[in-house]
Write a protein that binds this ligand. Structure first.
Ligand code: AMP
Length: 216
C-alpha cells in the first residue's frame, strides 16, 4: 500500500475534522490539524500561542512560517509513517510551497488533496451551531447533530462548548479569509493533478467517496 498522504482542503465548517475522525477509525493515519496544534499552544500559554491567539480570535491566519514550522516538525514523528491527513493546512499558496519543500526534504509525496465543497449558507449554519466536547473532542451541531442531553457529550459525559471563533461575526470573517487566501489552492492542486472534489453535505457519502479513492 502506498502512503496515504492527504490534504483536507475546505472552508471552515466544511466537515474536515468530522470526516478526519471517520477516516482515522478505518486507516492508521496521523491527523495533523494546525488549528488543534495552535489551540494547544494557546492553552499552554507559550510565546507562539500568545502570538497566535489574537489572530485566531479574529479569524485571521497565523503567519505561514509559524504554521509550516509546526507541520515540518510534526511530520518527523513516527506515527506519520503510514500516512497523514493535513487538516486545515496549507491555507495559502506560500504554505503549499513550504509543504512541498518539507516533503521533498523527507522523501515523501502527497497522494491526494480532497476539496470539501459546501455552500456558504450551510457553512455559516454549521459553524455557528457547532459544539465541541471539552473531554474527548467529539463534535456536535445544535441543528444537524445534537447531543442526546443538551450541552453534554454522548460519548464521555463532559460539557460541550462553542469555540470562540465560531461566533457569527468571526465565522463570516473566516469564510472571507478562506475565499481570499485559501481558495487559490483549489486551482493550484488541480494543476498538480492531485485534486479530488467532494460535494460535502453528508459525511457518510463523503466517506464512501473517499474510501473508493483511497483504495484505488
Ligand atoms: P481551524 O481549527 O482549522 O478552523 O483553525 C482555527 C484558526 O487557527 C484559524 O482561523 C487560523 O487563525 C488558525 N490556523 C489554523 N490553521 C492555519 C494555517 N494553516 N495557517 C494559518 N492559520 C491557521
Amino acid at each position: 500500500m502506498s502512503e496515504h498522504n492527504l490534504i483536507f482542503l475546505g472552508a471552515p465548517g466544511a466537515g474536515k475534522g468530522t470526516v478526519s475522525k471517520q477516516v482515522l477509525a478505518k486507516y492508521p493515519l496521523a491527523h495533523i490539524s494546525t488549528g488543534d496544534l495552535l489551540r494547544a499552544e494557546v492553552a499552554a500559554g507559550t510565546e507562539l500561542g500568545k502570538q497566535a491567539d489574537t489572530l485566531m480570535k479574529s479569524g485571521q491566519l497565523v503567519p505561514d512560517e509559524i504554521v509550516a514550522g509546526m507541520v515540518r516538525s510534526r511530520l518527523t514523528k513516527e506515527d506519520t509513517k503510514p500516512g497523514f491527513i493535513l487538516d486545515g493546512f496549507p491555507r495559502t499558496v506560500a504554505q503549499a510551497e513550504l509543504l512541498n519543500d518539507a516533503l521533498k526534504a523527507i522523501g515523501r509525496e502527497l497522494k491526494q488533496v480532497v476539496y470539501f465543497k459546501v455552500d456558504d449558507e450551510i457553512l455559516l449554519q454549521r459553524l455557528t451551531a457547532r459544539q465541541n466536547c471539552r473531554g474527548c473532542d467529539a463534535i456536535y451541531n445544535k441543528l444537524f447533530k445534537p447531543s442526546k442531553v443538551e450541552g453534554i457529550c454522548d460519548v464521555c459525559g463532559s460539557q460541550l462548548y462553542q469555540r470562540s471563533d465560531d461566533s457569527l461575526e468571526t465565522a463570516k470573517n473566516r469564510l472571507a479569509v478562506f475565499y481570499k487566501q485559501t481558495s487559490p489552492l483549489i486551482e493550484y492542486y488541480e494543476k498538480a493533478g492531485l485534486l479530488l472534489t467532494i460535494e460535502a453535505t453528508d459525511s457518510e457519502e463523503i466517506m464512501a467517496e473517499l474510501v473508493a479513492a483511497l483504495e484505488k
